[in-house]
Design a protein around this ligand. Structure first.
Ligand code: NAP
Length: 217
């Protein structure tokens, strides 16, 4: 749905599955940057996960919808899921810029770990011209942890690059998948409807080879 907004948060992620860490991040970004809406954009085919085991996009989309239903500021976009080919952030930003108009400020929100190699993203400098970048960090993370090339890149774009400390980011999708596989409770780590969805659809039961599991994060 297109709504007149002044500042739009774009929450980019694989969301395999979505958890409270993501939701707290989005709400934190909304409050910190005065966003009128946060649009969750589940990745279709993430460029850095070609060949990796990622749960079917429709399941990830459904879980994202279920998780965000009760927050009137949150919406979910199918733009990457419905797009053919690899999901590059620059393409998403261009589409949303067109959809929301030239006056809306865009804030791309994602995990700090996800932007480790942002210098290698397609049109990474153009991405920053089009949107602010908000990197959500787990406790203990600092800019020092970024590779040298990324640190330099960040230093050159200080006014459009923001770090958001989110204690709840200690929760991770990888851990949730492992817990489900091992039959350990995920209650209070994901919203209840997501927990039910995972159980009813039988997601994350399959054991993957360790190499695939790492690359699927
Ligand atoms: P990822 O590699 O699966 O995640 C790396 C880390 O960031 C994980 O710890 C992850 O935690 C966390 N994370 C991911 N999304 C998050 C979010 N929205 N809020 C807070 N933490 C988050 O990263 P990804 O999900 O595939 O990619 C993140 C975004 O960057 C996506 O929108 C993707 O399309 C974009 N991206 C674009 C390019 C490109 O255009 N070339 C390349 C890489 C990534 P969890 O595992 O708990 O989520």
């Amino acid at each position: 749905m297109t709504r007149k907004v002044k500042a739009l948060g774009i929450m980019g992620g694989t969301f395999d599955p979505i958890h409270y860490g993501h939701l707290v991040t989005a709400e934190g970004a909304r409050c910190t940057f005065g966003l009128s809406q946060v649009l969750f954009v589940p990745s279709g085919r993430p460029p850095h996960k070609e060949g990796a085991q990622v749960t079917d996009a429709e399941h990830r989309y459904m879980m994202t919808v279920l998780a965000t239903l009760t927050n009137p500021y949150f919406e979910v976009s199918r733009t990457e899921i419905d797009r053919v080919g690899v999901s590059y952030t620059i393409d998403t930003l261009r589409i949303l810029r067109e959809q929301y108009g030239p006056d809306v400020e865009l804030f791309f929100i994602t995990g700090a770990d996800a932007i480790f190699d942002i210098v290698s993203w397609k049109d990474s400098s153009r991405c920053l011209e089009m949107a602010h970048f908000v990197a959500a960090t787990r406790p203990g993370f600092s800019l020092e942890h970024l590779p040298e090339a990324t640190r330099q890149w960040v230093a050159g774009h200080k006014e459009r690059f923001h770090i958001l400390q989110v204690p709840a980011m200690a929760i991770s999708s990888t851990e949730i998948r492992e817990r489900v596989r091992e039959g350990v409770s995920i209650r209070y780590l994901v919203p209840e409807p997501v927990e039910h969805y995972i159980r009813r659809q039988g997601l994350y039961k399959q054991t993957l080879p360790p190499s695939q599991e790492n690359s699927a994060n």
